[in-house]
Design a protein around this ligand. Structure first.
Ligand SMILES: Cc1cc2nc3c(=O)[nH]c(=O)nc-3n(C[C@H](O)[C@H](O)[C@H](O)COP(=O)(O)O)c2cc1C
Length: 196
């Protein structure tokens, strides 16, 4: 009886510790836009992408692919700057291009199936969040980037990606230079209607 109680107590403590670590990662994940020059290892890249593969996907279609760029992220930046020349009103695109320039790596995230595209986008959102959380867990900063989508076709043609795949997001990654300012977020009670 005492042994069982002891075991239950220790399981409870372990659960509490794991729970706290998970919450720390959730809270620590922020969009990082300034990075150190330190390189991210291939082992870390594999761990981040593996975390992405663990995400749920509608009908278990796993409609995602990731292109990992280091030097060649310059081609993405060039496509963004070319786009800004034609659309100068889109200021956030040149700012995001600068962020990509400071990052060590850029992941281009593709949707591999156009059928039930809306569903697949939801699945890919979950997959990206898994990758951001794993990066945070490894001490790596990241920012989710949607600003590559308007010139997605031009970017894809630089890397000979098939027309059947669509660029839906990018992630810039690097070791953070500093912590961003705290954001005031909507609270659980502000966003929830209970009808229990
Ligand atoms: C779908 C999506 C697209 C985003 N695109 C960009 C982007 O192109 N450039 C950028 O600097 N941040 C981008 N962000 C990051 C948001 O600005 C950021 O998540 C938000 O300001 C909240 O800050 P936090 O990530 O630090 O919590 C994007 C985020 C999401 C979810």
């Amino acid at each position: 009886m005492r042994k069982r109680l002891k075991k239950t107590f220790f399981s409870f403590i372990i659960l509490l510790v794991i729970q706290m670590e998970f919450d720390t990662v959730l809270r620590k994940r922020r969009s990082i836009r300034k990075f150190q020059s330190k390189e991210i290892s291939m082992e870390a890249v594999r761990q981040i992408i593996t975390a992405g593969t663990l995400a749920p996907s509608a009908h278990f279609r796993e409609p995602w692919e990731v292109l990992v760029l280091r030097k060649e992220k310059e081609k993405v930046i060039q496509c963004m700057l070319d786009y800004v020349k034609i659309h100068p009103e889109d200021e956030s695109i040149s700012k995001t291009a600068e962020v990509i320039g400071r990052a060590d790596l850029l992941f281009l995230v593709y949707c591999t199936s156009m059928e039930q595209y809306d569903y697949h986008l939801l699945s890919i959102g979950g997959m990206i969040e898994n990758m951001l959380l794993k990066a945070t867990d490894l001490g790596i900063g990241s920012v989710w980037i949607g600003n590559v989508c308007p010139m997605g076709k031009e970017i894809s043609s630089c890397f000979d990606v098939s027309f059947s795949k669509r660029l839906v997001s990018a992630i810039a990654l690097g070791y953070p230079e500093s912590e961003p300012k705290e954001l005031k977020r909507k609270t659980e009670s502000e966003i929830t209607i209970y009808r229990l």
